[in-house]
Design a protein around this ligand. Structure first.
Ligand code: DGJ
Length: 749
């Protein structure tokens, strides 16, 4: 890993996998030359510059008397507005004379042997300074007396560059940031398409691929949360690239609020991508001496398909984003009472569910919504963080002790960021909720959003939550957030600063999360937002797992978990076995299939285990034993997607997890609808050691021993899932929504 600086001010960030080359252009702007597979270093990369040899028709040129030097056709690293580049800028700054024209030029650079943290924002980190180098480039607008600093880090062991940008105003006059994105990348079109993750509540993170024509595609959220609708992730993929081959460039924003990601192809076939805080409803005033830090982006490169890109993200996030004691520790198998009881519970009912769970091997009981204030439904009590003694006569404190006495750890649900108007909190502090004076605020799920940008709101929440955590025996917290933002206006900011509210809110959430997770380092925190409305790297910095979706249907989860795994490690995805008919889809699947899907996640249950049949209970016991035996492999192994639920009419999905030394793997295969008169099923298994001999013990597989190369190239055949022609009497195996798990183990010579 190195950062070379050529005498003509070209910077080459290089490691064993990738090269990223940029250059200070003749006019002082920062140009982009290359991002891709590693290149040998040389003293001059000028051939990569896109300066025409003739005048660029009807286009402003930047250097008087020099033809061809036009920002509109040059690839740039952080373009501004108003001096001849007509594409989407990375920043727009309103000045006191009403102008938005800026002119930031190269001032200095610095190379550091470390990765500096981003103050107040989540960020990737690296503890060993031998594994990272950072380049900081500062640009200055002399007239404004303001500096923009672009920060690039390159890592020894990852084909990844992280970038962020910041700005300081040293001038006398205020500057108003109307847009200040995290990064920009202009690259040459190589037959790229755009891949992104889009969806809705209960349909999160579907994989969408879109052609890139001469236009601009916007992937964004204006909801105040990163959102279920679009994840802050975009990737360029070569047209024929797939899970196992071809080039991908992934970009993921480490941020949980409104974001924008744009892909714009220009009239010279260059592609501009930029990403950052959404300029919609955003502005930020910088007074003299003030600075602004934009969130980080993680740029990831693969020339061997999407699986490799995902595995890079998974490894990087597992080791250099997720923090704390739970990062490397086995996650407990939990049971959550939400779908078992909703709001209708009391201590006795909870203890009954907990006892049965303990009997079957569960390790942690989580008490969900409804334990506090007057919260007997979703219309009241939110914000009143004290026990509802009608339901829990011994309070959370007493219940947590009883659950611990059963030999289970105890976890508790909070939704700190919200308030029901029908609550003590709201009665006493109505001005704490986001709302515009004299206007009726818009409710969603009967609740309003608290203004987490306010320090008094954060102090109240800290006080209430930490008191409960101190007084009870709590090992786990589910931090929920169940509405998107409206009526964005804060009582503590002057009129000209109201554009800052949504970002200040997220900064406030981060501050509170940081305080609580630092003060209670042994508690496992799981983030949630009406399921997966905030599944982003920002949240993962504070909380190592996230409730993936409120949709617990095993078949729907195939798509949701497959899509989520494009960026996020499976150990970060909360995945539970719930009751049937499923509460979101009405679908009936076997308890086996439900577990076979949930095993590939932070595994748990979410139903009343007293209400399943004896046979199912026996199966649950075996599932838990299986998970405990294979927990390390499932939590820390390398995840491979094999067959996509988004292709071939969603007939079949398969995936695998393989351990580090490639001696063990677990493969999950899922068939949606059963097929009459079928051929065998086939599956190829990538990622094993081609020269190791493996054993697969399974009644449906003919033959027992396979070399890794045979598994990867010829694959294995097995009896069709869902229609077992050898055993028509076995209802267990017949019909739709069937699945199989194979355990593969190396045979030691
Ligand atoms: C939404 C969450 O996603 C659910 O799991 C549950 O906690 C409910 N909120 C409770 O209100």
């Amino acid at each position: 890993m190195n950062i070379y600086v050529n005498s003509n001010l070209e910077f080459h960030l290089q490691n064993n996998y990738i090269s990223y080359i940029i250059k200070i252009l003749e006019n002082g702007d920062l140009g982009h030359l290359y991002l891709g597979k590693r290149l040998n270093h040389k003293d001059n990369f000028s051939n990569m510059l896109q300066i025409f040899e003739h005048q660029v028709p009807y286009t402003p040129e930047q250097i008087d008397g020099v033809s061809g030097f036009a920002l509109d056709s040059l690839k740039q690293e952080f373009p501004g507005a108003g001096t001849g580049d007509y594409k989407e800028p990375a920043y727009v700054i309103l000045q006191d004379n009403g102008s938005r024209v800026t002119n930031y030029k190269f001032l200095k650079y610095e190379i550091l042997n470390e990765k500096p943290p981003l103050k107040g924002l989540p960020h990737t980190y690296i503890l060993n300074n031998d594994e990272v180098k950072t380049l900081k480039i500062t640009l200055r607008d002399e007239l404004l007396n303001s500096d923009i600093t672009l920060t690039y880090s390159i890592y020894k062991n990852f084909p990844i560059i992280t970038r962020s940008s910041s700005i300081v105003n040293n001038g006398e006059k205020d500057l108003t940031l109307e847009r200040f994105l995290s990064f920009n990348l202009d690259i040459v079109q190589k037959n790229y398409e755009l891949l992104h993750l889009s969806g809705a509540w209960a349909r999160e993170r579907n994989i969408i691929t879109t052609p890139i024509n001469q236009n601009r595609i916007v992937i964004d959220s204006k909801r105040g949360a990163s959102s279920s609708n679009s994840n802050p992730f975009i990737a360029l993929k070569e047209k024929n690239a797939d899970e196992f081959k071809g080039e991908y460039i992934g970009i993921n924003l480490v941020y949980s609020g409104n974001f924008i990601g744009q892909v714009e192809k220009d009239h010279y076939d260059n592609i501009r991508i930029n990403m950052g805080i959404n300029p919609f409803n955003f502005s930020w005033i910088l007074e003299k001496g003030e600075s602004f830090q934009a969130p980080e982006v993680v740029i990831n490169y693969s020339d061997s398909g999407l699986n490799t890109l995902s595995q890079n993200y998974h490894n990087f996030y597992k080791n250099h984003l997720i923090r704390g004691v739970w990062k490397d520790k086995a996650r407990p198998i939990l049971i959550n009472n939400w779908e078992a009881t909703y709001f209708d519970f009391n201590e006795e009912k909870i203890l009954q569910i907990a006892k049965k769970s303990k009997e079957l091997g569960v390790e942690l009981f989580v008490l969900d919504d409804g334990w506090f204030g007057t919260r007997n439904g979703d219309t009241s009590g939110l914000g009143d963080w004290w026990s509802n003694l009608d339901k829990l006569p011994n309070g959370v404190e007493g219940l947590s002790k009883k659950i611990n006495d059963l030999g289970l750890k105890f976890g508790l649900w909070f939704e700190p960021e919200m308030v029901n108007p029908d609550s003590e909190l709201y009665k006493n502090n109505p001005h704490w909720a986001l709302s515009v004076p004299k206007r009726k605020p818009t409710l969603s799920r009967n609740q309003l959003t608290l203004d987490l940008g306010r320090s008094d709101v954060r102090e109240y929440l800290y006080e209430k939550i930490s008191t409960i955590l101190k007084n009870s025996k709590i090992s786990y917290i589910k931090w929920d957030m169940n509405r998107n933002m409206t009526d964005i206006w804060s009582g503590v900011l002057e009129a000209k600063r109201q554009g800052e509210v949504a970002h200040r809110y997220i900064l406030g959430v981060y501050e509170l999360m940081d305080k609580l997770t630092s003060e209670f380092p042994n508690i496992l925190f799981e983030s949630c937002a009406g399921g997966g409305n905030r599944f982003d790297p920002g949240m993962l910095y504070y909380m190592p797992q996230i409730w993936t979706s409120d949709n617990t249907d095993a078949i729907e989860r195939l798509k949701i978990q497959y899509g989520t795994s494009i960026v996020y490690p499976i150990s970060s995805m909360g995945a539970h076995v719930s009751a049937v008919p499923n509460h979101q889809t009405g679908r009936i699947t076997s308890i086996k299939t439900r577990a076979n899907v949930a095993f590939f996640g932070a595994f748990g249950y979410e139903l009343d285990l007293n209400k399943i049949t004896l046979k199912e209970a026996e199966e649950v016991k075996k599932q838990i034993e299986f998970f405990k035996e294979n927990r390390r492999l499932l939590q820390f192994g390398t995840f491979y997607r094999i067959e996509s639920p988004f292709e071939n009419g969603f007939q079949k999905t398969s995936w695998a997890v393989i351990n580090e030394d490639k001696s063990e793997a677990i493969i999950g295969v899922y068939r949606v609808l059963s097929i009459p008169n079928p051929n065998f099923d086939y599956i190829t298994i990538p990622g094993l050691n081609p020269n190791f001999k493996y054993k697969i013990t399974d009644e449906d597989i003919l033959g027992e021993e396979f070399f890794g190369d045979e598994l990867a190239n010829s694959g294995i055949k097995f009896r069709k899932i869902g229609l077992d022609v050898h055993d028509f009497n076995s209802l267990e195996k017949l019909g739709d929504f069937r699945s199989k798990l194979f355990k593969i183990s190396k045979i030691n010579p």
